[in-house]
Design a protein around this ligand. Structure first.
Ligand SMILES: [Zn+2]
Ligand SMILES: [Zn+2]
Length: 339
């Protein structure tokens, strides 16, 4: 049997292991993807730490996968070998839970996640159900498309479903892996885009990404500064510090909305008066489905939006993961297979 390389986590909190495995065969409804690139996401920690309900080991992480369809199982409509495809956080849905019956697949009660429910993209090959596939535009290289399948879709989809119109003021809190894409999306959607981060040194980068304003939260009262601009219609929070989120809520305009896509278990504090008086809201947003991925990729190609990445070969996945998690990599690490 032909063999492949995979990087697996053997047990919860165990090390990454580079192993050889047989190349799997796609069952009905599945395709075999020859992986070219896989982004490293902070959510890969769920796999590494075994911190996701129902996860079993060994498990190959990775849910920002880009490659080429190698084989197609039975009962797979439309997709053919040779097509470039991506798989993100939405790795399949059940079709029969209440959310699925409403056509809302991303909130499926039995949703599948590559790298958690089944083996993901830290490997030369992976299997995915066809409903998880997104087509990749020719203009996008594999390594730069990969982060768009989680960091990209999450910010793009949150913004485009956030009730914004061209000309509205949109603030992006944090300029890391998610935020540096959020700033580009908001600017290219035609919004007055405000980037907010800690320290003056990130200002030039924020402007290069398309921000019209930059606020340094260590020296400026961000809520006051946002109100000078009339308040933000949407604040997209990509940071994990809940105190930082609480601190900018006062910068929301009437009918403004805080959309939370960065996470920590700490509570966000908000005054009910702020919410009631100006009909303001706080909402979370969970990435999107494979069609949302496809539209994220298409918009990125159209508007020339790219993630800032650093690549490492598959066999150095453990090092790439450490670099991402320690914050040494400013934006996104992507592992490549050389295929
Ligand atoms: Zn992710
Ligand atoms: Zn379902």
């Amino acid at each position: 049997m032909p063999r492949m390389r995979a990087v697996q986590v053997k047990n919860a909190n165990g090390p990454f292991e580079l192993v050889e495995r047989e190349i799997p065969t796609p069952a009905a409804g599945q395709v075999l993807i020859k992986v070219q690139a896989c982004g490293i996401c902070h959510s890969d920690a769920f796999t590494k730490m075994g911190a996701f309900p129902g996860i079993t080991f060994p498990r190959v992480p990775g849910h920002e996968v880009v490659g080429v369809i190698d084989k197609v199982g039975e009962r797979v409509p439309n997709w053919k070998p040779g097509q470039r495809v991506g798989v993100g956080w939405h790795g399949g849905h059940c079709g029969h839970c209440p959310s699925c019956r409403h056509g809302d697949f991303i909130t499926c009660a039995n949703g599948q996640i590559p790298g958690i429910t089944y083996d993901g993209g830290y490997a030369d090959y992976m299997i995915a159900p066809f409903e998880a596939l997104a087509a990749i535009p020719d203009d996008l290289q594999a390594a730069e498309a990969a982060p768009l399948l989680c960091a990209g879709i999450t910010t793009y989809n949150a913004l485009r479903n956030g009730g914004i119109r061209a000309g509205d003021t949109v603030a992006v809190l944090g300029i890391g892996g998610l935020g540096h894409l959020g700033v580009q999306f908001a600017a290219k959607m035609g919004c007055r885009t405000v980037a907010i981060a800690r320290g003056a040194d990130k200002g030039p980068l924020a402007r290069k990404l398309g921000a019209h304003h930059y606020f340094d939260s260590t020296t400026q009262d961000v809520a006051t500064e946002l109100n000078k601009l009339g308040g933000a219609r949407v604040i997209l929070s990509t940071v994990t510090n809940s105190q930082a989120v609480s601190a900018v809520l006062g910068g929301l305009a009437v009918d403004g909305k805080m959309i939370v896509v960065g996470a920590s278990p700490d509570p966000i504090e908000v005054s009910p008066f702020l919410l009631i008086g100006g009909r303001r809201a706080i909402q979370g947003w969970p990435s999107g489905t494979s069609t949302d991925s496809e539209e994220t990729l298409a918009f990125s190609a159209l508007a020339n939006i790219r993630p800032m990445i650093e690549t490492m070969p598959l066999e150095r996945a453990a090092e790439a993961y450490e670099r991402m998690m320690s914050g040494a990599a400013r934006f996104r690490m992507v592992i490549t297979t050389g295929q």
